[in-house]
Design a protein around this ligand. Structure first.
Ligand code: 3PG
Length: 211
């Protein structure tokens, strides 16, 4: 597997962040590092998302990815801003192929077996399951793993401290993604301490030996 994806598999949890501008990006990255989780998927959902991505990428100890990448042009933009992995809400071949041309791993969103057949055809071995809670949660991972035993999943959408265990307990789950640690309201309120607290809690849950 790609070494960046291996690292995501070691970290086990990927915070999905909505930040606007370099200052929020840098503070968010500091908060995640303080919580013991040096990884962030910076979503392209704010006017200052690329500046935020660059600010996170400037911290060499943080593995930064870009989320909500929906066009091939955005692939180029986020790779140039320093993204080391890409996440997309769905599976769109031009986006996947552009990421492959740029040599950056991409986790496209899948929700059905048909999506997974396209993922296999594109040579992918890790995908995002999205929106995980809506398409069946851990039961969907188990069911989709039957015909695709080689595929690893990053469930995202509705993951929280309350159900993280249910996903991470499955061998097919590489890592789980979510925004619960880095809720946008906490960022806008500047409540970095609460972000660090939730992050530390998630790290503790992921490290629980009973998994
Ligand atoms: C995503 O972009 O993957 C989701 O918005 C994250 O889902 P969550 O907010 O339910 O964690």
């Amino acid at each position: 597997m790609d070494p960046v994806l291996d690292r995501i598999g070691e970290l086990r949890v990927v915070p999905v962040v909505v930040v606007d501008g370099a200052d929020e990006g840098a503070r968010l990255a500091d908060s995640l590092v303080a919580g013991g989780l040096p990884v962030a998927e910076v979503t392209l959902r704010t006017p200052g998302a690329l500046a935020a991505l660059e600010a996170v990428a400037a911290q060499p100890d943080v593995l930064v990815g870009a989320g909500t990448v929906v066009t091939a042009a955005q692939v180029d933009q986020v790779v140039e801003a320093g993204a080391r992995f890409l996440v997309s809400p769905g599976l769109f071949e031009p986006v996947v192929r552009r990421a492959q041309e740029r040599g950056v791993p991409i986790l496209p969103g899948v929700a059905t077996a048909s999506d997974l057949m396209r993922a296999v055809d594109l040579g992918l071995d890790v995908v995002k399951l999205f929106p995980a809670s809506v398409v069946g949660g851990p039961a969907a991972v188990k069911a989709l793993s039957g015909p695709f035993p080689q595929m690893r999943f990053m469930p995202t959408g509705g993951v929280s401290a309350a159900n993280l265990h249910d996903y991470l307990a499955l061998d097919a789950v590489l890592a789980a993604g979510g925004s619960w640690m880095v809720d946008r309201a906490l960022v806008t309120a500047g409540d970095w301490a609460e972000i660090t607290r939730r992050t530390r809690e998630a790290v503790g849950l992921a490290a629980d030996p009973s998994y």
